[in-house]
Every structure is written in structure tokens, then in C-alpha cells.
Design a protein around this ligand. Structure first.
Ligand code: FES
Length: 117
């Protein structure tokens, strides 16, 4: 099995630079591409800014008690940890790893996974 390679992108100087509002979802950007940063159970998770169903703005949705990102448009739900569409419609939410380091907050993309969208 080959080891996954990640490219890390700094999206904030530190966590306090991110505005999580009252739904625990912040919006960050890297090279003009937006990405959602969600807080759940003390962890940070990155996921697509727009819903894979019909483009609902996920930053305007919420994270439920089970760690599902709920889209504000048609209420489809996605696991914040693995992107699976847990409400059963068959979609998949792009998601990425997040690391807090001394010098900032970074989002890691597998080299084959493409940019945020
Ligand atoms: S656009 Fe998100 S559920 Fe339809």
C-alpha cells in the first residue's frame, strides 16, 4: 500500500482568525477557492463550500449532534469525517484534513483530490 501524500495549505494564522459564527462553520479561502472549516467534538474538519447536490451554501447550514453537515437547501446530510451522504441520496461531500500547527491552521489535500471547489 502506498502512503498518501498531502499538500498542506495555510488557511489562517491561527484558529482565532476563523469566524465560526453560531453554527460552528467558518469559511476560509485559499487562492480564491472557498472551503468550510467545521468544528465538531473539539476537532476541525474541512469540507466543500457548496453542497454536491445543487450547490447549497454549506456554511449556511449546520452540524448536527451526530457530526453531520446539514445542507440548508434540501437538508441532505453528510458525515463531517468521511463525506458520506448519510441521508441516503448517494452524493459525496469533498472533505479534507485540518491541522493546527504553531504557525497556523492548515488544510491537507491528497495530491490526487484536486482543489477546493
Ligand atoms: S443543495 Fe444541498 S441538499 Fe440540495
Amino acid at each position: 500500500m502506498t502512503e498518501k501524500k498531502y499538500t498542506w495549505h495555510k488557511i489562517a494564522d491561527n484558529i482565532t482568525a476563523l469566524d465560526f459564527g453560531d453554527n460552528n462553520i467558518a469559511v476560509a479561502a485559499w487562492k480564491g477557492k472557498k472551503v468550510c472549516i467545521g468544528k465538531y467534538n473539539e476537532g476541525l474538519f474541512a469540507f466543500a463550500y457548496k453542497c454536491p447536490h445543487a450547490g447549497g451554501i454549506l456554511a449556511e447550514g449546520y452540524i448536527d449532534a451526530l457530526g453531520h453537515v446539514v445542507c440548508p437547501l434540501h437538508r441532505y446530510k453528510y458525515s463531517i469525517q468521511n463525506g458520506r451522504n448519510v441521508s441516503g441520496e448517494g452524493y459525496y461531500l469533498k472533505h479534507w484534513r485540518v491541522e493546527q500547527r504553531e504557525n497556523g491552521v492548515f488544510v491537507g489535500m491528497e495530491e490526487s483530490s484536486g482543489l477546493f471547489s
